[in-house]
Design a protein around this ligand. Structure first.
Ligand code: FES
Ligand SMILES: [Fe+2]
Length: 449
C-alpha cells in the first residue's frame, strides 16, 4: 500500500519503506490520534480489577482519562473521567469502591454508572432548566471478552467482534489458564507504569513480529534469566519437540501474533520449575489438562502479539499485557498488567509474579533493553538529516506468505509466514495507512484460498 500526505510518500509497503516523519511529526501525530486511536477499540483493563459491585479503577482510552466501574447491576462502564459542569476529573483515586463520585469543585455527584444524581442548588438555582438525564458522564461503548475490557467513544466504529475478526481465537487463547480453561487469569495488583522517550509505534510494531533483535538481549541470556537456565531466554528454547515458528497476521484489522506450531500432538512436559516441586507439579498437570481440553489445537504455543493499534500481549509463561499510550510524537506512557492463573496455588502465583517482575516491566531485565532501543531509534526519527532516507522494512519482502496456512483453525482471515520476516510490520503499517487515509472501515473477511 502507498500512503501520501501533503504530497509526501509516508508509507510504501510494496517497497518496504516507511518515512521517519511518522514517528516524529506533530501534525501526523495529531491526525493519528483522531483517525487511528479515536476510531479503534482500545483495551482499558481486566475484570479481575473490579470483582465486586462498586469497584472501579482509573484508565486511559487513547488520550482520554476514563474510570472503569462495575455498577449495582453488575454492568461494566467506561466513563469519561471529566465532570460535565466545568471539566474537573470526578474520580481521583487509582482504584477503590464507590457508589458515587462527587466532583471536588462544586459538588455535582454522579452514580457509578455515569448518571448525574445530585446537583447542589438544584431547586433554587436551576429550577426546571436542568435536565439531569442530559448531564451524566460521557459513556464509552464497552465490550467484554474473556475477562478483558475494551472500549471506544466512536459510535460509528464497527462492533468489537468485527474489529477483532479472526484475532479472537488468539486473544481468547491468551486469556486461558495454563490448563486451557477459559478466562483463567487474574491481574497481579498494581499496574506498572512508566514513560519512555519514544513514539508508541516502536513498541507496537516490535510486538507484531520482531523476532530477530536477539542481539539486544544477549546479556540477559548470559546471566541465564530463562527458567530453564539452559540456553536462550525462552522456556521453549530447551524443548526438543520440533515446531514451526509462525508469524500470523490479520490484514483486515492489522492485528498480528507469533506462535510455535508443534509437528506432533502430545509433546512431553518440559520441567521449567524443577527447583520448586509444588510449582512444577502445577504446571505439569496443567500441561496435560490443556492437551486434553484443546485437542489438536494444543499443538499451538501462543507466544504473543498485538491487537491493532496499541494492545500488546506476551504469552507463554510471561503472561502480561502492555498498552502503549501516546503522549506526543516522541513520548509514550507504558502501562503493564501482569497476570497469574486465577485458580493456581499461592506458591505458583508467587513464583510467576517473581519471574515476571525479573523479566519485564520498568525494572525488569528484558524490557530495559527494549526501552533503550526505542528511545535510541527516536533519535534517528527526530534527525532531519536521517529523514532523507526512509526506514527499511524489506526483510523477506515478497509473496511467500499464505492464507490460513498450514492450519485453517488459526483463522480464515490469517496470512501466515514462516520463520523471521518483516511481513507483520508491513501489514501493521498498511492498516495504519488505511485508517489515516480515511478508508472506510469495511473489515474485510477475505476468503481463504
Ligand atoms: S466542575 Fe464539577 S461540579 Fe463544577
Ligand atoms: Fe525485546
Amino acid at each position: 500500500m502507498i500512503y501520501e500526505d501533503m504530497g509526501r510518500r509516508l508509507i510504501d509497503t510494496d517497497s518496504g519503506l516507511v518515512d521517519r516523519a511518522i514517528f516524529a511529526d506533530q501534525a501526523i501525530y495529531d491526525k493519528e490520534m483522531a483517525e487511528v486511536f479515536e476510531k479503534s477499540w482500545l483495551f482499558v483493563g481486566h475484570e479481575s480489577q473490579i470483582p465486586d459491585k462498586g469497584d472501579y479503577f482509573l484508565s486511559q482510552l487513547g488520550r482520554e482519562p476514563v474510570v472503569v466501574t462495575r455498577d449495582a447491576k453488575d454492568e461494566v462502564n467506561v466513563l469519561l473521567n471529566i465532570c460535565t459542569h466545568r471539566g474537573m476529573p470526578v474520580c481521583r483515586y487509582d482504584r477503590g469502591n464507590a457508589k458515587l463520585f462527587t466532583c471536588p469543585y462544586h459538588g455535582w455527584t454522579f452514580a457509578n454508572n455515569g448518571d448525574l444524581t445530585g446537583v447542589p442548588l438544584r431547586a433554587e438555582g436551576y429550577g426546571a432548566q436542568l435536565d439531569r438525564s442530559k448531564w451524566g458522564l460521557i459513556k464509552a461503548r464497552v465490550a467484554r471478552y474473556y475477562g478483558s475490557i475494551w472500549a471506544t467513544f466512536d459510535e460509528a466504529a464497527p462492533s468489537f467482534e468485527d474489529f477483532l475478526g479472526d484475532m479472537a481465537f488468539w486473544l481468547r487463547e491468551f486469556m486461558m489458564a495454563p490448563d486451557g480453561e477459559d478466562d483463567g487469569l487474574e491481574v497481579v495488583d498494581g499496574i506498572l507504569k512508566c514513560e519512555i522517550p519514544s513514539n508508541w509505534k516502536f513498541g507496537a510494531e516490535n510486538a507484531a513480529g520482531d523476532l530477530y533483535h536477539d542481539v539486544s538481549h544477549k546479556s540477559v541470556q548470559r546471566v541465564g534469566l530463562a527458567l530453564t537456565k539452559l540456553r536462550g531466554r525462552h522456556t521453549w528454547d530447551a524443548d526438543p519437540a520440533k515446531f514451526k515458528l509462525l508469524n500470523i497476521t490479520f490484514p483486515a484489522g492489522g492485528h498480528a501474533v507469533r506462535g510455535n506450531l508443534y509437528e506432533n500432538p502430545g509433546r512431553d512436559y518440559q520441567s521449567q520449575w524443577a527447583a520448586d516441586p509444588e510449582v512444577d507439579a502445577y504446571f505439569r498437570d496443567a500441561h496435560y489438562a490443556r492437551q486434553k481440553r484443546l485437542g489438536e489445537k494444543e499443538r499451538l504455543l501462543n507466544r504473543g502479539g498485538i491487537v491493532f493499534p496499541n494492545f500488546v500481549y506476551n504469552a507463554a509463561n510471561r503472561t502480561s499485557i502492555t498498552s502503549w499510550i501516546p503522549r506526543g510524537p516522541s513520548r509514550t506512557e507504558v502501562w503493564k498488567w501482569i497476570f497469574v492463573p486465577k485458580k493456581a496455588p499461592q506458591a505458583v502465583k508467587d513464583a510467576m509474579r517473581n519471574y515476571l517482575l525479573r523479566y519485564t516491566g520498568p525494572a525488569g531485565m528484558v524490557e530495559q533493553d527494549d526501552f533503550e532501543n526505542w528511545g535510541s531509534a527516536q533519535v534517528g526519527a527526530n534527525s532531519i538529516l536521517a529523514r532523507r532516507l526512509p526506514m527499511n522494512y524489506q526483510l523477506r519482502l515478497g509473496d511467500h506468505a499464505r492464507w490460513a496456512w498450514p492450519e485453517r483453525w488459526i483463522g480464515e482471515g490469517a496470512l501466515v509466514d514462516e520463520g523471521v520476516s518483516e511481513h507483520a510490520q508491513r501489514i501493521f503499517y498498511d492498516r495504519w495507512a488505511e485508517m489515516m487515509s480515511g478508508t472506510p472501515q469495511a473489515f474485510r473477511q477475505e476468503a481463504a484460498e
